[in-house]
Design a protein around this ligand. Structure first.
Ligand code: SF4
Length: 439
């Protein structure tokens, strides 16, 4: 296992990305050469409940955004009743700043498929679906090729590794709606309906795809499973923090020298991620702000780069680990402009099912546009504050509404002087500095 040491003193461990870059890894032959599918064979010889218990004991938490305990989620599946039950894989990676699932698929599609098949057996499902973002053309083709190889090798089929337990995986391509990352909207879309979140309960484990018990997991979550079953939960718990075990992939983008996807041990600080792994800011610039978990996570000022990458520390800092998309802004970024761009995204992607999100998002966009145009006032700041509060805390059916509210709330909290400057004095010091620097 590759190991590097950062200034925070923790070693850098590569669990998921250990073999990335190895010749032929994307092919069945190349993957099997490195021990691929041995773990599936081992899992098929185990009791399904033992697999669920092992994943529970590992402390693995979902890497898609919500961070729910994976093994506990697997345990929610009711006992088999003879009817169909599904594993649905969320590969609809659309959160701004997040690209790590794509990175995993493009490097090691078979690792993803192996994790899916282990999960399917653990929850006694015979059929998995991968719902993949429509724009992810290469990852889609790579997974299709890998599934074709598995069919040919009869690892998918009626008797994988001689075990009388039929397994199959089907692919479904999304059509470009961000809301399909929300698990129940994804299920609606998979069923061929308009992608709008469902009211819960019932939860997907009880009534999911086609009203049957369904396990929904993210790509990175399932790609981690083969490592856990191969090495054991006890080994996995040696990494990370007490409540956030293991490593995870962070996609770092924005105003840094080396944007990219990095595997980190959970619990390292963002100073390590941003200043060391991603190379820090460009010459003459300073980091100003960062969104630690994709655009839906509340923005934090650079002074909070000491916060660690575990969910608890991020929650204490009033943000979240989210989908692992770390977006970085330097001092050339105007936070009012940034807020406007993010808000436009959420307003555009609102599915329109509930009023606060449908109306509030657009109202917030118009208000920030007015402030940016130099036509705002202190009253507009008060209105904006009311709108963001009206989007949060259970007033919307799904997290998209909260996210739109958080975009405004966190930017106004941490950068009040910039909003004040635009709305009251109708000027922007960041723009002036940018103009002076380029003159
Ligand atoms: Fe749709 Fe927005 Fe309501 Fe979510 S919060 S269900 S995206 S309208």
């Amino acid at each position: 296992m590759a190991e590097l040491r950062g200034s925070h003193g923790k070693a850098r461990h590569h669990l998921l990305t250990q073999h990335f870059g190895a010749a032929g890894l994307a092919t069945l032959k190349g993957y099997q050469k490195l021990g691929g599918y041995d773990t599936l064979e081992k899992a098929l010889a185990m009791e399904p409940k033992a697999l669920v218990d092992e994943v529970k004991a590992s402390g693995l938490r979902g890497r898609g955004g919500a961070g729910f305990a994976t093994g506990v989620k697997w345990g929610f599946m009711p006992p088999p009743d003879g009817g169909p039950r599904y594993v649905v894989v969320n590969a609809d990676e659309s959160e701004p700043g997040t690209s790590k699932d794509r990175y995993i698929i493009e490097n090691s599609p078979h690792m993803v498929l192996e994790g899916i098949l282990i999960a399917a057996f653990a929850v006694q499902s015979h059929q998995a679906w991968i719902y993949i973002r429509g724009e992810y053309d290469r990852p889609y083709r790579m997974l299709m090729d890998a599934i074709g190889e598995l069919r040919e090798a009869k690892i998918l089929g009626s008797k994988p590794f001689g075990k009388d337990y039929p397994l199959d995986i089907q692919m479904y391509r999304g059509h470009g709606a961000y809301i399909c990352g929300e698990e129940t909207a994804l299920l609606e879309s998979l069923e061929g309906k308009r992608a709008q979140p469902r009211s819960r309960p019932p939860y997907p484990a009880v009534k999911g795809a086609w009203a049957r018990p369904t396990l929904l997991n993210n790509i990175e979550t399932l790609a981690t499973v083969p490592w856990i079953i191969k090495h054991g939960a006890a080994e996995y718990t040696k990494f990370g923090t007490e409540k956030n075990r293991g490593t995870r992939l962070l996609s770092v983008s924005g105003n840094v020298r080396k944007p990219g996807v990095y595997e980190i041990e959970i619990g390292v600080p963002f100073t390590h991620v941003i200043m060391e792994l991603a190379g820090g800011p460009f010459e003459g610039r300073q980091i100003k702000a960062f969104w630690p978990g994709g655009s839906s996570a509340k923005v934090l000022p650079a002074s909070r780069m000491d916060v660690t990458t575990d969910a608890e520390a991020l929650a204490a800092a009033d943000s979240m680990a989210g989908s692992g998309g770390c977006m970085v802004a330097d001092n050339s970024a105007c936070m009012v402009e940034t807020t406007y761009r993010l808000l436009k995204f959420y307003a555009y992607e609102s599915c329109g099912k509930c009023t606060p999100c449908r109306v509030g998002g657009n109202w917030a966009v118009r208000t920030v546009a007015k402030i940016l145009a130099g036509e705002g006032s202190r009253l507009d700041l008060q209105i904006l504050d009311k709108i963001q509060a009206g989007l949060q805390d259970g007033r919307c059916l799904c997290g998209l509404g909260d996210s739109a509210g958080w975009v405004v709330q966190s930017a106004m909290n941490h950068f009040p002087e910039e909003f004040e400057e635009h709305a009251v004095r109708h000027t922007c010091s960041v723009k002036r500095e940018r103009a002076a620097a380029s003159a």
